[in-house]
Design a protein. Structure first.
Length: 380
């Protein structure tokens, strides 16, 4: 029995050590999947610890306790912003943005009342003109801070329930909605449900041979000053992007879905790595105008903070993970199923640039999607 415990603890130690690989070394299967599941090692480690104590295998008990402590500390980062023990050379948390933050207040959002606006031009699903009441995105010098509600959801091959998505958008007063794995059928159902009366402006990624379960899309309450259906050159679903002009400055928003590792681990790694380009001031796809002051990237990233490539992307792009920054614990998003199994891993993310403060965040379930959505309130 003692020998078996040593073997199990040795295998778990090797599993945990995958977290410390250099960025790029995780572009192989099954490394991607194993790294994503590191948080779940707490359960077998606890069982091994109890077993070792019962049989009085004290050396194995000590090693099990050390490994369990490390896994716990990594998870506690989501509550206390603890530095990552034995970090891989890239900061997991990308510290709080105090040095770069603009002066904001904690005031609650104002009610949505302002002038009418027009529907997005050349929409293939809805060409009728609509009138809407934009949220507090519109310029208003009386507000010391801009409050922005955003939501992201993987729609599972376009099967997610359209009325439920709209209900979430309306009840949470969402300003910008990012969807992944969208198809024409879902967009038609959203149109019939009335999505364009709430979020009238749509930027949709084009269909390509590399679609990762479907296309990406962005809906906005405010008319973009510029948009692009595909801004990154990568083998995955095209990344739509829009620029929104606000009282706090221009905001760049993107919906992303890097290729699933099951479809190619190298393409997965390249897709994660290139997300950093979305926050670059010299991004080639942007029009000849002043560089956006803020960046918000939303979507199913097929990665979590244990992946070295994901952490390196955050650092090189000067981005922060909103779930980590909030300090209220992790927000697991996958899988979402009707069984008793809760979501286990956090692979959907909302990433923000410096100067954006996270006020609140929660997950939300939408029928027929295998992911939970993320709802976040940001303050700029």
């Amino acid at each position: 029995m003692n020998t078996l415990l040593w073997i199990l603890l040795g295998l778990i130690a090797l599993w945990m050590a995958l977290r410390f690989l250099p960025a790029g070394a995780d572009w192989h299967r099954p490394l991607v999947e194993l790294i994503a599941l590191i948080d779940l090692l707490a359960a077998p480690l606890l069982a091994i610890l109890v077993c070792a104590i019962v049989i009085q295998a004290w050396p194995q008990s000590a090693l099990a306790l050390i490994e369990l402590t490390l896994v716990t500390l990594w998870r506690l980062q989501y509550r206390f912003h603890l530095p990552s023990p034995m970090s891989s050379g890239h900061r997991d948390g990308l510290q709080s943005n105090n040095r770069h933050r603009t002066d904001t207040s904690n005031q609650s959002d104002t009610d949505a009342d302002s002038p009418e606006s027009q529907q997005f031009n050349q929409d293939m699903h809805d060409s009728a003109r609509v009138h809407t009441k934009p949220h507090d995105l519109a310029p208003a010098t009386s507000h010391p801070a801009l409050s922005l509600r955003v939501m992201t959801l993987n729609c599972r091959y376009g099967k997610a329930d359209a009325p439920s998505i709209l209900e979430q958008v309306q009840s949470q007063n969402v300003d910008v909605l990012a969807l992944q794995e969208v198809n024409s059928t879902l967009l038609t159902h959203l149109q019939k449900a009335g999505m364009r009366r709430t979020l009238p402006y749509l930027v949709e990624g084009p269909q390509t041979k590399n679609d990762n379960g479907g296309r990406n899309a962005l809906f906005s309450r405010q008319e973009p000053i510029w948009s692009q259906p595909a801004v990154l050159d990568l083998e995955a679903s095209a990344v739509p992007l829009m620029l929104l002009r606000t009282q706090a400055g221009t905001i760049r928003v993107a919906s992303v879905h890097p290729r699933s590792p099951q479809r190619g681990a190298k393409q997965w790694g390249l897709g994660i790595e290139r997300l950093a380009q979305l926050s670059s001031e010299n991004m080639e796809a942007l029009p000849d105008m002043e560089s956006p002051a803020f960046t918000i990237i939303m979507g199913d990233c097929n990665a979590n903070l244990h992946h070295p490539t994901f952490r390196a992307m955050l650092e090189s792009g000067r981005l922060r993970d909103t779930s980590l920054s909030l300090g209220c614990g992790p927000h697991p998003t996958f899988p979402h199923c009707r069984a008793l199994l809760p979501p286990l891993i956090e692979i959907d993310h909302i990433l923000v640039s410096q100067g954006i403060r996270v006020k609140s965040m929660k997950t939300t379930g939408v029928p027929d999607s295998d992911h939970y959505g993320l709802l976040t309130e940001l303050c700029i």
